[in-house]
Design a protein around this ligand. Structure first.
Ligand code: P6P
Length: 340
């Protein structure tokens, strides 16, 4: 019987592996774990208290914001503000980044980006939702407040990234660039316990995950690839919660796609706090994450906080096959003066 290893123990143990680590990142990861427990408590009783339904507010992207979104956003911000290890925050729910001006935090090394409750349209129908986070080392002068440049960093600069799924069980999955580990919340002791050690994504899998409803709106090369998946009798699994769809693929293999459509010509999903953190995790587990235009997600240079990206992410052999379809079937777009 393996001994229970809690998230806190694991993080502290891993800090010993970094001889020069001074504990700030450890503290930050533990604070995110605390915020996840608080959000989990409210998500699990959302149907019982007046937290369901729509707050009426709209976020930066014009999406209607659920009350639980606001709760999760507030709790994450509170925990990070009090941690003293974070000098700034960027959230899907806030139009601009949030400097943390307290004396000790202003000189903190790290900034945190997050989507506090991804897939929130599923909240009222009891389908799993998730938190996605990424941690960067600040680039701006540590004597002053954080700057926008601290958040507009490529995914390759991530120091750590992870997600929490609030589902049949609550699981926190994270990486600091040395592999991927998953922790399941044990409500009886209120601790995240190591349950998925050193996750490695299968080279290929039986699942593909895409919103089939947009099929006719995809470019021909994506339609050809989706037809190929269907011809292989792969199983379509898509619940409209990116974290959950990708978690399945991380554990069992497969590919998740959100291509460009007429409504979202640059893709729908957010680069900085959705695609980059999940791309970091999947690459750390041996998978791949590219845009539908074949650029590596983590190499994209962010130009603005809520920038969107197309994405194909998952098992390496399947992402490579999708790449081959794009190379073979994509039709260069025609501009006024000819082919671009
Ligand atoms: P669609 C949820 O709103 C989200 O941001 C992701 O979690 C999810 O994968 C996607 O959007 C679903 O979008 O257009 O298929 O409903």
């Amino acid at each position: 019987m393996n001994r229970t290893v809690t998230l806190d123990e694991f993080i502290i143990q891993r800090q010993k592996d970094f001889p020069y680590a001074s504990g700030e990142l450890t503290g930050l990861l533990r604070d995110i774990g605390v915020a996840a427990k608080i959000v989990n408590r409210e998500v699990n009783k959302a149907g019982l208290v007046n937290i369901l339904g729509v707050s009426g507010a709209e976020n930066k992207t014009g999406d209607t914001v659920q009350k639980l979104d606001i709760f999760a956003n507030d709790k994450l911000i509170d925990c990070l503000k009090n941690s003293g290890e974070c000098c700034g925050i960027a959230s899907e729910e806030n139009e601009t980044f949030i400097p943390i001006p307290s004396i000790e935090s202003k000189n903190a090394k790290y900034v945190v980006v997050f989507d506090p409750l991804d897939g929130s349209s599923n909240i009222d129908v009891n389908v799993s939702v998730g938190t996605i986070f990424g941690i960067y080392r600040r680039k701006s002068d540590s004597k002053g407040e954080c700057q926008l440049e601290d958040f507009l960093q490529k995914g390759t600069e991530l120091v750590a990234a992870g997600y929490v799924i609030y589902g049949t069980s609550t699981i926190l999955v994270y990486s600091t660039g040395r592999g991927v580990n998953g922790f399941t919340l044990d409500p009886s002791i209120g601790e995240f316990c190591l349950s998925h050690r050193d996750i490695k994504i299968p080279d290929r899998g039986n699942y593909y995950s895409v919103n089939q409803g947009y099929y006719l709106k995809f470019d021909i090369e994506m339609r050809r690839y989706i037809d190929y998946c269907s011809d292989l009798n792969l199983r379509l699994r898509y619940i409209g919660s990116m974290v959950s769809d990708i978690h399945r693929i991380l554990l069992q293999g497969g590919i998740f796609l959100y291509p460009n459509t007429r409504k979202y010509p640059l893709g729908k999903l957010r680069l900085i706090y959705e695609c980059n953190p999940l791309g970091f995790i999947v690459e750390q587990a041996g998978g791949k994450a590219i845009t539908c235009q074949l650029e590596r997600i983590l190499e994209l240079e962010p130009k603005e906080l809520h920038q969107r990206a197309t994405i194909a992410i998952g098992s390496p052999a399947m992402v490579d096959e999708m790449k081959a379809f794009v190379e073979r079937y994509s039709v260069p777009s025609v501009t006024n003066n000819g082919v671009s």
